[in-house]
Design a protein around this ligand. Structure first.
Ligand code: C2E
Ligand code: CA
Ligand code: CA
Ligand code: CA
Length: 278
């Protein structure tokens, strides 16, 4: 409708312009998010594939500004681009460890809390030291947290990425490769990575109850993990039929709406205490 004459701005230019304006606005507001106390972490339970055991939870960031929630899928890339992710990521690390310490005080000592680490954060000077410092601040055994890092974060930094993983592993934290299957298929590298877990991306799980292609992919990912002595978690499990297929494949752990959506801190505590009691 906007392209009526040769000199008019095209619809494409308008939407690109709007998207740009939105990102600029988000970046501006995001700068004050920590100071204004607008960030929170929710916690999504992770269970054994038979549903009997609560393994831990993944800390997921939420940002409420001007009364509205902005999706992390929208603001994390903005934060990454502007560099604000370093400050935000540090806040996440601190808060997630504080929550972990609280869970431990309540007797939930077996839970492992997974924390998402952004590419820039991962390669930041002094990151390993920072993790060590936060663990000490909250008196946490390193094994009580797990850092989630994507394949591309590691691969984009070739030698540096491997060195970071080794240093983190030495610290004693658990390491998971997030969104596995969506990045480079660097299978030859995988065996060299000192990681503990693969998280199979939700895109492979979504249709696993009906798609034989996805079944073949996920089965081979599960077998690959087993052969490399890695634990394997399926993300985004929403139904019993999906769960049944995954159990058949000897997938170790499950995360998804079928068991629970990400929960506010106090709800996660109630959820966990109930599991501990049963
Ligand atoms: P992710 O790390 O892959 O996190 C899983 C996403 O899947 C979460 O979205 C979660 O709410 C959603 N999810 C979990 N189970 C289901 C399910 O059964 N069905 C469906 N449809 N979705 C499910 P969320 O919280 O919107 O986060 C989106 C992404 O934002 C995350 O993807 C992660 O890449 C990033 N992110 C979130 N929190 C942080 C953070 O603290 N730091 C960094 N660097 N990135 C974060
Ligand atoms: Ca994640
Ligand atoms: Ca993921
Ligand atoms: Ca994902």
């Amino acid at each position: 409708a906007l392209r009526s004459g040769g000199n008019d701005v095209s619809y494409f230019d308008v939407t690109v312009g709007q998207a740009h304006a939105r990102r600029v606005e988000l970046a501006r507001n995001l700068e004050h998010a920590i100071a204004r106390d607008e960030l929170t972490l929710v916690m999504q339970p992770q269970l054994s594939a038979d549903g009997r055991r609560l393994i831990g939870g993944e800390a997921l960031l939420r940002w409420q500004t001007n009364g509205k929630f902005v999706s992390p899928a929208e603001f994390i890339p903005v934060a990454e681009e502007s560099g604000l992710i370093l400050e935000i990521g540090d806040w996440v690390l601190d808060r997630a460890c504080q929550m972990t310490a609280h869970y431990r005080e309540l007797g939930l000592t077996d839970l492992v809390i997974a924390i998402n680490i952004s590419p820039r954060q991962f390669m930041q000077e002094g990151f390993v030291e920072r993790v060590n410092q936060v663990l000490e601040t909250y008196q946490l055994p390193p094994s009580s947290i797990e850092l989630e890092i994507t394949e591309s974060t590691i691969m984009d930094n070739e030698d540096g990425g491997m060195k970071m993983l080794q240093e983190l592993k030495q610290l004693g934290v658990s390491l998971a490769i997030d969104d596995f299957g969506t990045g480079y298929s660097s299978l030859s590298y995988l065996k060299q990575f000192p990681v503990d877990k693969l998280k199979i991306d939700r895109s492979f799980i979504q249709s696993i109850d009906v798609s034989t292609d996805d079944q073949a992919i996920v089965l081979s990912l599960c077998q690959l993990a087993k052969n490399l002595n890695l634990s394997v978690l399926a993300e985004g499990v929403e139904s019993q039929p999906q769960l049944d297929v995954l159990a058949q494949f000897n997938c170790d752990a499950i995360q998804g709406y079928f068991f629970s959506k990400p929960l506010a801190d106090s709800d996660f505590i109630n959820f966990s205490l109930r599991y501990l009691a049963d």
